[in-house]
Ligand binder design. Structure first.
Ligand SMILES: Nc1ncnc2c1ncn2[C@@H]1O[C@H](COP(=O)(O)OP(=O)(O)O)[C@@H](O)[C@H]1O
Ligand SMILES: [Mg+2]
Length: 307
């Protein structure tokens, strides 16, 4: 049995003037790491800000840890951690002071020095917030979101623009939070981030959730998979096709490079290799290609995720 949802959004509508940013969005989030994946302008920030209580819905309901983020903000805010996309607006306070201040507001904060070390903020502890680089400001915002050991953390594009090292440090920290029983909802337009980090992915486009599931489910669902192999050029593809299930297709794309599409399962792999054995074909390379979330997005919308 699955545990109680941490977030439940139903029929959420949010407009800015005539622009409808979120358009009747439904989403139920369970404990763990959930990625809200979508292109720029999809409505990700508006969705998380509605959950955080910073945006008042025009229609629909939002429940976070069983509370209304607007009417019960006082009860909710100590239980959640928030990293805003903008990084937030702060004074010229020093980075380490800001983090210690936030830690001091919570009953059981994380060890501040260890967190500074983890996120590579050691060198900028004494630097004023405004003089930090963009990446440092982002890591400090992340530290402030998690230092209070909240039950649920919202991270809006936590790794946008970070170098690979800082990105991996962020991912490690997010996984560690999960290990400590903290739920994380993060937005991203990086499909590899969603695929590698999230237990659950909600793909958002034009203010709607267009697909929701584990990365495995999403990549399996509907999408045809591909098996490729290389061998000598000019193999009898028509004969291979006869051996395959009727819904599969086979083609020699370039001389010696073959592609089989269809429901790629162990049976199909066995069919291809036994056909090769019967025809004295030794493939140099045989590979099963799984669909990525990028492919899933393309299939659902006809557009690239990174437009
Ligand atoms: N304060 C605002 N005023 C007017 N339009 C806005 C405002 N904030 C966001 N929008 C618009 O709403 C849509 C969704 O924005 P946003 O929630 O920021 O998406 P995302 O975070 O996925 O990029 C976009 O078209 C954006 O331009
Ligand atoms: Mg955004």
């Amino acid at each position: 049995m699955r545990s109680e949802p941490v977030v439940h959004v139903s029929g959420l509508v949010k407009r800015y003037g005539t622009k409808t940013a979120v358009d009747g969005l439904d989403l139920t989030v369970h404990p763990g790491i959930t990625a809200v994946l979508g292109p720029n302008g999809a409505g990700k920030t508006t969705l998380v800000e509605s959950c955080e209580g910073y945006r008042k819905p025009d229609a629909g309901t939002v429940s976070v840890l069983g509370l209304d983020p607007h009417r019960q903000a006082r009860a909710l805010h100590p239980r959640i951690g928030v990293m805003l996309q903008s990084g937030g607006v702060y004074s010229g306070a020093r980075a380490d002071e800001m983090l210690r201040h936030v830690a001091g507001l919570h009953a059981h904060p994380l060890d501040v020095d260890a967190l500074i070390e983890r996120l590579g903020l050691g060198s900028c502890g004494r630097t004023g917030y405004r003089r930090l680089s963009g990446g440092q400001q982002q890591r400090l915002a992340l530290a402030m979101a998690v230092v209070g050991r909240p039950e649920l953390v919202f991270l809006d594009e936590p790794t946008a623009g970070l170098d690979p090292q800082a990105r991996h440090a962020t991912w490690d920290l997010v996984r560690e939070l999960r290990g400590d029983g903290v739920s994380v909802i993060l937005t991203t337009h990086y499909m590899d981030e969603a695929e590698q980090l999230a237990d659950d992915v909600a793909i958002v486009d034009a203010g709607h959730v267009i697909a929701h599931g584990t990365p495995e489910e999403l990549c399996r669902g509907g999408a045809e998979n591909t098996l490729r192999f290389t061998g000598r050029p000019g193999l009898d593809v028509a004969s291979l096709l006869k051996a395959l299930p009727t819904d599969a297709a086979a083609a020699e794309l370039t001389p010696g490079s073959y592609r089989v599409t269809g429901k790629v399962n162990p049976q199909l792999l066995a069919t291809v290799t036994s056909w090769c054995a019967q025809h004295g074909v030794m493939p140099d390379r045989i590979a099963v290609e799984r669909h990525t979330l990028e492919d899933v997005f393309l299939e659902l919308t006809g557009r690239e995720l990174r437009g």
